[in-house]
Ligand binder design. Structure first.
Ligand code: C2E
Ligand code: MG
Ligand code: MG
Length: 567
């Protein structure tokens, strides 16, 4: 017979509690080959053992009549203990009445005295332990370990049950879907540590539960710093949200946290639960960078937008096949000398949709980044850009590197390195020909992993440009430890540079950081000569922007190469 051991091969621990030495020995002999046996003379001794350091017991075999503390009392204490209650207890007795009483008190099973055949006892112990373990697996999948809220799958399952119940009762009950998100939660983890981060999550979960419990709410934490709530319809959320905020405001010890919420009221019961929460999330995402408000309702305008998005998602494959996606190129000029020198270009995607017309990346990139489809776009762009670099080499005998945008999803794809390597090989290029732009906010999400991968990429010979620098809320500590070759200053600094002194100071600060890191700065979005002069004065090396050119198709871009060659 195959021995019943835990997955790791370690014997499970069983506690035998009996005041009769003969009984202890008898049971011990039967079980000790399969289990790690501990003994106690009475209830009190067992209680002390259970609360000692090595308290991971899989089963308690309990005699009822004992001096000092009897079996009933111990059973009671174990069953009402937060931690110990999950350990199954089998009582050992010769009285029928006691059997019934102990089962009522929460014993899992009983073994009659005098002892039965050893096989029967072994089989009973094994069955009870298995049952308890299966139960605890179910429990752990049902509830999120950190907050105790439901996990995503169970949450959706309970929603289906609630809906069925509402339906069966013939009730016309309206329900709301809420999505909460903590702003820049990664900073809490980074600055105060994971433990503090977890306690913020617990606090948020408790607060949401408390405030909404009167509304038949169920809540889950589907991932990270996100919380979903399904509850009876509330017409006006003002006071609910005030109470949540007030309660969170009292959280001592950590930074003030801002909780955003997207609300989809009177959900459409005919669509699935997942889609209802997608809608609440759309409302929540809309106010991500808007510091003037912390709540947003899913409305008709957003509804139209989500229908539009569904259309884009549906059309992506067809458009890739038909080459409706076009790769444009925008030049970057080195301005350190007397006259600007063309140094590289950035590849930027455009969607010439056969029915919807020209769609700008701002309308589809964030959408595709959210659902992972961005990988198809990026792969397409990398290949097109690489083919173009190759073509220019052949046609003009120049090596003009092109930088491509790399999304965070690409980077965490285990195939990423081999994919990018394939692109180079297919187009007969080296890593010097293709720069990689990674947006700063990607680093903020998972600095450790990204640092590892960018290190590998640099070892392979790639140059890494940190895109949109200044918009990603990374900490100074993080920036200085990230391996990069170029900083791309976020466009909004340049835009505001001549408007307020603070923006100028920020540009100076970024240039100082770059100097410290010993990397050049690319300023994006430079539209005027005066912006260029100012940036040049401050020591910025490379300029990209409408001042030189908008992003243009490949053949139009060639005029810049030709000009450069003849000058
Ligand atoms: P980005 O990578 O920061 O690209 C720079 C954006 O600034 C481009 O917008 C460019 O057209 C715009 N721009 C450049 N100079 C000026 C200027 O002087 N004035 C103004 N107003 N704008 C200027 P675009 O092409 O709309 O792209 C927006 C964003 O979409 C990009 O920001 C990038 O994050 C993303 N994106 C574009 N193509 C791709 C792609 O192939 N893959 C991925 N993952 N993202 C892409
Ligand atoms: Mg870019
Ligand atoms: Mg940028």
């Amino acid at each position: 017979m195959e021995r019943f051991r835990s997955a790791s091969g370690i014997k499970r621990r069983v506690l035998i509690v009996d005041d009769e030495p003969v009984n202890r020995k008898l049971l011990g002999n039967i079980l000790s080959e399969d289990y790690d046996i501990r003994y106690a003379d009475n209830g009190l001794e067992a209680w002390e053992l259970l609360n000692g350091n090595n308290n991971d017991y899989s089963l308690i075999l309990l005699d009822l009549l004992m001096p000092v503390m009897d079996g009933f009392e111990l059973l009671d204490k174990v069953r009402s203990d937060e931690v110990l209650r999950t350990i199954p207890v089998i009582v050992m007795t010769s009285e029928r009445e006691a059997e019934v009483k102990s089962i009522r008190q929460g014993a899992a099973d009983f073994i009659a005295k005098p002892y039965d055949m050893p096989e029967v006892i072994l089989a009973r112990c094994e069955r009870i332990i298995k049952l308890a373990e299966d139960n605890s697996i179910i429990r752990s999948a049902e509830k999120d370990i950190v907050t105790g809220l439901y996990t995503r799958d169970f949450f959706y399952e309970y929603i289906r049950q609630i809906d069925a119940h509402i339906d069966a009762m013939g009730k016309n009950m309206s329900m709301d879907a809420l999505v909460f998100n903590i702003d820049h939660f990664h900073l809490v983890n980074e600055m105060y540590g994971r433990r503090a981060g977890n306690s913020v999550l617990v606090k948020v979960a408790q607060t949401i539960n408390q405030v909404l419990e009167d509304n038949a709410a169920i809540a889950c934490r589907p991932e990270g710093d996100m919380f979903y709530v399904y509850c009876k319809h509330i017409e006006d959320y003002t006071s609910v949200l005030d109470r949540i905020r007030q309660s969170l405001g009292d959280t001592a010890g950590t930074a003030k946290i801002r909780l955003r919420v997207g609300i989809y009221q009177n959900v459409d019961m005919s669509i699935d639960a997942e889609t209802r929460f997608d809608r609440a999330k759309i409302a929540c995402d809309r106010i991500k960078d808007d510091y003037t408000t912390t709540s947003s309702y899913y409305n008709y305008e957003l509804h139209l937008k989500s229908i539009y998005h569904e259309r884009l998602i549906r059309d992506i494959d067809e458009s890739i096949k038909n080459e409706d996606f076009k790769v444009f190129f925008q030049p970057k000029y080195d301005i350190t000398g007397d006259k600007p020198v063309l140094t590289s270009a950035e590849a930027l995607i455009r969607w010439e949709h056969p029915e919807l017309g020209m769609i700008s990346p701002g309308d589809f990139i964030p959408l595709f980044e959210n659902n992972g489809l961005i990988q198809r776009i990026d792969n397409y762009v990398w290949n097109k850009a690489a083919a173009t670099v190759h073509k220019w080499k052949e046609k003009y005998g120049v090596s003009l590197p092109v930088s491509v945008n790399v999304s965070r999803i690409d980077i965490f794809d285990p195939e990423f390195l081999s994919k990018i390597d394939r692109v180079l090989k297919d187009n007969d290029l080296t890593p010097n020909d293709l720069y990689l732009e990674i947006t700063e906010s990607a680093y903020a999400d998972n600095a450790g992993k990204l640092t590892d991968i960018t290190n590998t990429l640099r070892d392979m010979g790639f140059s890494i440009e940190m895109d949109d620098f200044g918009s990603g809320y990374s900490s100074l500590n993080m920036i200085t430890s990230i391996p990069i070759d170029v900083l791309k200053l976020d466009m909004k600094f340049v835009r505001n540079m001549e408007k307020d002194a603070k923006s100028i100071k920020l540009v100076e600060l970024v240039l100082d950081i770059a100097k410290f890191l010993d990397v050049p700065v690319v300023a994006e979005g430079v539209e005027t000569g005066s912006q260029l002069d100012l940036l040049k004065q401050m020591g910025c090396q490379i300029i990209q922007g409408y001042y030189f050119s908008k992003p243009v198709p490949e053949d139009e871009f060639e005029k810049f190469i030709q000009t450069e060659k003849t000058s």
